[in-house]
Design a protein around this ligand. Sequence first.
Ligand code: CA
Length: 251
Amino acid sequence: MTFLEIEDSDKKSWTFFGLKADYTFMDNKKKILIIEDEPGIADSLEYVLKTESFDTIWVQTGNEGLSIVGEKQCDFVILDIGLPDINGFEVLKQIRHASDLPVLCLTARVEEIDRILGLELGADDYVSKPFSPREVSARIKAIMRRGSSNTKTGDCPFIIDTNKRQITYFGQKLQLSRYEFDILSLLANRPGWIFNRQKIMDLVWLEPDESFDRTVDAHIKMLRAKLKAVRPDIDPIETHRGIGYSLKEGL
Ligand code: CA
């Protein structure tokens, strides 16, 4: 008899000097689903994530990925936009429809970035190819930290109902214009992220305006007034001089 025997991984037990023990605690690792058709990229991601104590599942098609998401077998999704069977945007949409799993997108095309972060799709973050797997792992950890400290129903004062296009702030429904709603959703979905005026214009307006600086500033000013009417002691929108705006972290 060897002193330690892993009996059967399905039974989740091991034998230590003949004593049987349960090892379900070993399953506490976060499981990351990698949806990526290029084996070279998937291999290097799996290698790095495993050394960082994550579990990984790798699939090469969007359909396989969606069935794993549907069976709730993962805690996080890395999603390549260029997949052989379904477009990554469609996969993202369906994941968002079925769950609130965090999603990090991989993209080879700069022009896809705006759509990835766009309001209706809402990936949590993206990295552009080529990337270092360590960078991906750092982003995943940042998203997980953000997720655990700032849940939408917990401490965060904003509740966003995208179907009704309604935002509640400290329990009070805000009366917002179309643009105000979209700007506040954009900022509130990613606390701490700084969006410059051009980016806000590109993501919110259907026909971006030439005078975007003044237009965006005017809407931010209105938003601040409406937020202040609810809580005069807090200004949740931060101005970064010469850069843009963000929503304060840890509100
Ligand atoms: Ca690909």
